[in-house]
Structures are given as C-alpha cells and as structure tokens.
Design a binder for this molecule. Structure first.
Ligand code: PLP
Length: 459
C-alpha cells in the first residue's frame, strides 16, 4: 500500500540525505507529485507556478509526454552501453553533432551526467591542453566571487561562496578568486571605469600576480545563477576574451544555467559575440528529464586531444558519458525547443518579467537592484537602505521569509539570504520560470512577489 503523506515525511526525515542537507529545512518538506507546463502540484493537491524551472533546468516545462516516449523508445532498443574506447552509440553521436551545429563555435563534445562533473572535466581538460602544448605549469584556475560551479571538490573550490567550503576544507590548491562584475556593488573601481572594465582589469591583475605561465583557465558564468543572478555590463566578456588571449589563458564559460534558450539565445556568450574555449553545459540540455551535462571544446582543444601520443591520452571518463537514453531525451528536448521557438518565448516573456518587476519595485524603498533583460533570468535584490546599499541584518531573514510568503501565494522561487555587509549581496529573490511560461503566469509571479515583499517588509 502506498505511504500516506505523513509516513512519507517521516521516512524522508529518517533516511533521505538532501542536497545542502540540514534537518531544519525538511521539518515540513513539500512533496511534489506532478507538473504540467510551468505549473507543479504537491502531494496535498496545491498548484503552484514553478518560478525556478525545478532548479533552473526544466526549460521546456513539465509533463512533456514526448520526452517520456523518447526515453522509453531508446530504453526498449538499447538503454545503455559503454562509450569507452572503441564503442559508440547513435544518440550520443547525433547529439554531439547537433550541439556543435547549435553552438556554431565549438568542435568537440564530451558528455557527463551533470554540471559539477562537467566543470571537473573542463578543469582537467584545461590542464591537459597546456600539457599537450608543452606548458605543464599552467594549472591554476581563476574564478569569481559569488560563482557557483557545483560542489564536487574541484568545482566547489572554483565556487566563490564560502558557505559551500566551510565544512569541507581544505579546498583543492590552485583555485584563485577575484571580484566579479557586479554593477550594483563594484569593488576596487577606479574613476571613469565601467563595472565591466574594473572587473576585467582585476582579472588581468590576478593573471599577472599569479604569473601567466601558471594560469590554465578563467571560469565564469555569463550571468551568475545561484550567487545572485548577477548580470555583467556588456563590455565585460569581450574584455575578458581579450585578456585571456593576451596571456594564453583558456576561457571556460559555465553555461549550465544560461544555455539552451534560457537567455533568449541558445548560449549566452553569443549576446556579446564572445567565443569561449570550453563551454560547460548541463540542466537545460535535457530540461532535467534525465541527468546529462558536458563540455564543448574549441577546434584547438579537440585537435590537442586527438593529437597526443596514445600514452598521453586524455585519460578522463565516466561510466555514463554518452548515455544513449539521456542523449535520446536531449535530442527530443532540443527538437521541442526548435519547433516551438522557445528562445523567442524566453526573450519575450523575459522582457515582460523584467518590465513587470521594474514597475512593481520602481519606487520601493528597499528595492536596491532589479536585474533582468536577457531572457527568463531575473532577480530583485533588497536592501535596508537604498542610498548606502546597507543590507538587512541576517537574523531578519528577509529573503527566506519572502520565499515562504511567495510559496503561500502559489509561486515557487529561490532566494539568496543576505551574505554580509555591502559589498556582499543583499537578500535576493530569483526568477527563472520554464521557457513555456505564459504572460498571465509571468504577471502572477510579479504581483505575488510584490505582495510577498509587502507582507514581510510592511511596504
Ligand atoms: C552555473 C552552474 N554550474 C554548475 C552547476 C552544478 O551542476 P550540478 O548540480 O548538475 O552538478 C550548477 C548547478 O546549479 C550551476 O548553476
């Protein structure tokens, strides 16, 4: 007999270790049972708008029978076979070709099961590349404060939020953090510089300080996700590209969130016409229907991987690399995105969301920064005092309380609780609904946000 809701909750607490686990978070877990489009339902039958696409990944929306059928068809034919030395399979070959075509600037694809594994692969590939090029000392990775790159030991070391490190130190040596491009809270700016110029200069200074001959790569999310949905100024990534070229540093674009039409384009670096050396992807490639991630590498890196002696081979692998069923689902997912022009809907609905949030928080005394404008990726950062950007005290729990109020009103989101005093980010509410979200749902998300902020802050 099926367990009752109360029995499920008890069993959850007794046995399931959750991501970022602490039992206080699961005193009353919400158990989700069903999803359709941008809506999900919990075990008690409550319907909610999924304001974060699951975990920034359910890009084509919930309940796509086509994806279930694609998985079933592939499982019935050949659910799994190894793609190790000498073996291959049709879905992974087809998907790799499709991804190269969609990206337009990449040559080789390696598949993983998720984003952190993909970043691990990117870091190892950067080291491999420089060893293959006769520069074995280029091993360091520069990343940015507020970056989220996953939480395996290396990915965690690249992640730029100390809360993720605390109980797992020491970090892997060779990861260096620099300030990010955060236009609302610029650090170390010089008069006349844009936020992008400042942040780019800090990258170049870090490369020079570390010694270019020791730096393998710079990694950045085109738009920060978990760290605050922080948008760069438009001059930043073109400058990053120039600096990386100048010092022979590979540029790794972590597009785990920003890929697959999230920002209104297939990949976010194309907003600035910037070509990374390695593009990391996951999440939206299957819209979360099955786990899949990977790296796309430039022609130069593909040639380096293909060109070494067999004894120097790229000795990197996962059992599930090129998993036929996951790749078959990804292919169908990409077909849906193309057929339904979801990049266009993401751009249109993203504009509506951003305009709605700006209007709703226009004269709000605590709305420090409203971010958005590139597809369905937006945020509202709240501060106690707008003039000085002073953050609320952490014990006020402003963002978590807003999240709870939004949930009560039928919108699921995610927040970042205040991370310290300015220039650390304040309480921030995130928005990344599925790319099929309707105008009515977007408007609902905006009005619920406004009501929730009023319920918590009294204005
Ligand atoms: C930008 C970015 N990179 C990497 C990851 C890690 O992906 P995963 O959780 O699949 O390991 C995430 C996850 O949210 C992410 O947002």
């Amino acid at each position: 007999m099926a367990l009752t809701a109360a029995e499920l909750i008890r069993a959850d607490q007794d046995h399931l270790i959750h991501p970022l686990h602490h039992p206080i978070d699961n005193a009353e877990p919400v158990i989700y049972v069903r999803g359709r489009g941008a809506m999900v339902q919990d075990i008690g039958g409550h319907e909610m708008i999924d304001g974060l696409s699951g975990l920034w990944n359910v890009n084509v929306g919930h309940g796509r029978v086509e994806l279930a059928d694609a998985a079933a068809a592939q499982m019935k034919e050949l659910a799994y076979f190894s793609a190790y030395v000498g073996s291959s399979n049709i879905p992974s070959i087809t998907l790799a070709s499709k991804l190269v075509e969609l990206a337009g600037d990449m040559q080789g694809i390696f598949f993983t099961t998720g984003g952190a594994e993909a970043n691990e692969s990117a870091f190892k590939t950067a080291r491999f590349y420089w060893k293959a090029k006769g520069k074995p000392d280029k091993i360091k990775v520069i990343s940015r404060q507020h970056a989220y790159h996953g939480v395996t030991q290396q990915a965690m070391s690249a992640t730029g939020m100390a809360a993720y490190w605390k109980m797992f130190e020491p970090r892997v040596p060779g990861f260096v953090h620099i300030p990010t491009c955060y236009p609302y809270r610029v650090q170390e700016g010089k008069p006349g510089e844009t936020a992008g110029q400042t942040a780019a200069r800090l990258l170049e200074e870090a490369i020079l300080r570390e010694g270019p001959e020791t730096v393998a790569a710079f990694i950045a999310e085109p738009i920060h996700g978990g760290g605050g949905v922080i948008y760069p100024t438009d001059d930043y990534f073109p400058l990053v590209r120039q600096i990386c070229d100048r010092h022979q540093v590979l540029f790794i674009a972590d597009e785990v969130i920003t890929g697959f039409c999230r920002t209104g384009k297939w990949f976010a670096t194309s907003h600035w016409n910037v070509k990374p050396d390695i593009r990391v992807f996951a999440k939206g490639v299957t819209s979360g229907y099955l786990p899949l991630g990977g790296i796309m590498v430039s022609r130069a890196i593909k040639e380096a991987i293909d060109g070494v002696k067999p004894e120097d081979r790229w000795m990197h692998a996962y059992t599930y690399s090129g998993h036929p069923t996951c790749c078959a689902v990804a292919l169908k997912n990409l077909e849906i995105m193309e057929r339904e022009h979801l990049n266009e809907n993401a751009a249109r609905m993203g504009d509506r969301l951003y305009a709605g949030l700006r209007e709703a928080f226009k004269d709000h005394p605590h709305a420090g920064d409203v971010r958005g404008g590139k597809g369905l990726l937006a945020a509202v950062e709240l501060v106690e005092d707008r003039a000085s950007k002073r953050n609320f005290a952490a014990d006020k729990k402003v963002a978590p309380r807003i999240q709870a109020e939004m949930m009560k009103r039928g919108v699921i989101t995610r927040v970042r609780a205040v991370a310290g005093a300015h220039p650390a980010p304040g309480d921030t509410v995130y928005y990344a609904p599925p790319l099929v979200v309707t105008g009515k749902e977007v408007d609902q998300v905006v009005s619920v946000s406004r009501d929730a902020v009023k319920a918590v802050l009294g204005v």
